[in-house]
Design a protein around this ligand. Structure first.
Ligand SMILES: [Zn+2]
Length: 308
């Protein structure tokens, strides 16, 4: 099962991702974490990312895709993964589709964790950090015990403060930016028939239940066209054992640098060639997408659920 998780800051998707990890035994792939790890270990990718960031730029899509390609080739991801933190833009989503098609392992579902704006603001602006022990609390949902037994030795009370990022005005701004950036990605996945929306308010257990139902129903609700395609790629994937596939992918890992350079040249060209037909088949207004993404997104919403 290959899933992409999407949700605003404070939507609780991290918690739910962890539950999926232990339930299905598939890894959570968080691009941010992997990038940090590469930089820490000083790998080729890490060095490249360092150079990019030292120049004050954002790590480019080709590098991010390289990271994902390398990560999904590892043995623990052969029966699936939960992708978190990527894609954040429509070009990234398109590139991810191309990559997964190349690998013969398309994404099965994209889950959006939906939480009302007021609730999100409440959740995030309730966060408090202890300046002594760095633990994070929530004055609404997870207040610290008083007196505290889990702070630094010698302190019977946590010294709570609110991070600038968590202040209400900042939160509202962050959420607005998130929504503007994400809207086209959600439209893209909705057009592809992959989007499942889960109401992420309420008890964590209930949300998990809804999530599992959404994933189960997802398989049944698959469109015939993509269903046939999926069956085909599943078949071809079966012919090669996961171990062999991993072994095949392994030598390429060593040549990350060269490959990355080729990928950077190759991806956009291929993407264009491949997605043309797919695009024609599914979504007419793609030609109007450039520059008109915003005005287009609103009327194309199919359900009230995906409105936020
Ligand atoms: Zn403390």
């Amino acid at each position: 099962m290959r899933i992409v998780l999407m949700g605003a800051p404070g939507s609780g998707k991290g918690t739910q991702a962890q539950r999926l990890v232990s339930r299905f035994g598939i890894p959570q792939i968080s691009t941010g974490d992997i990038l940090r790890q590469h930089r820490k270990e000083g790998t080729e990718l890490g060095k490249r990312a360092d150079a990019i960031m030292a120049a004050g730029k954002l790590v480019d899509d080709a590098t991010m895709l390289e990271i994902i390609r390398e990560r999904v080739a590892r043995p623990d991801a052969q029966s699936g993964f939960i992708l978190d933190g990527f894609p954040r833009t429509q070009p990234q989503a398109e590139a991810l589709t191309t990559l997964m098609k190349d690998l013969g392992t398309p994404i099965d579902a994209v889950v959006l964790f939906e939480v009302g704006a007021n609730e999100l603001v409440r959740r995030i602006s309730g966060r408090r950090t202890c300046s002594l022990c760095n633990k994070v609390f929530n004055i609404y949902s997870a207040p610290p015990a008083s007196p505290a037994t889990d702070c630094v030795p010698g302190s019977s009370e946590h010294q709570l403060f609110q991070r600038k990022d968590d202040e209400e005005a900042t939160v509202k701004q962050r959420l607005q930016v998130y929504e503007e950036n994400t809207r086209p990605v959600l439209s893209y996945y909705s057009d592809a028939g992959l989007l499942r929306t889960v109401s992420a308010e309420g008890a964590p257990e209930q949300i998990t239940q809804r999530l599992l139902e959404a994933l189960g129903n997802g398989a049944a609700a698959t469109r015939p066209a993509s269903g046939a395609k999926r069956a085909k790629s599943a078949k071809s994937a079966r012919r090669v054992s996961p171990r062999k596939r991993a072994a095949r992918a392994a030598p390429r890992r060593g040549a990350a640098k060269t490959r990355a350079r080729t990928a950077a040249r190759r991806t956009p060209i291929r993407k264009k060639a491949k997605s043309k037909t797919a695009v024609r088949r599914r979504a007419r207004p793609v030609s109007a997408r450039k520059g008109a993404a915003k005005s287009r997104a609103a009327p194309r919403r199919r359900s009230r659920k995906s409105k936020r």
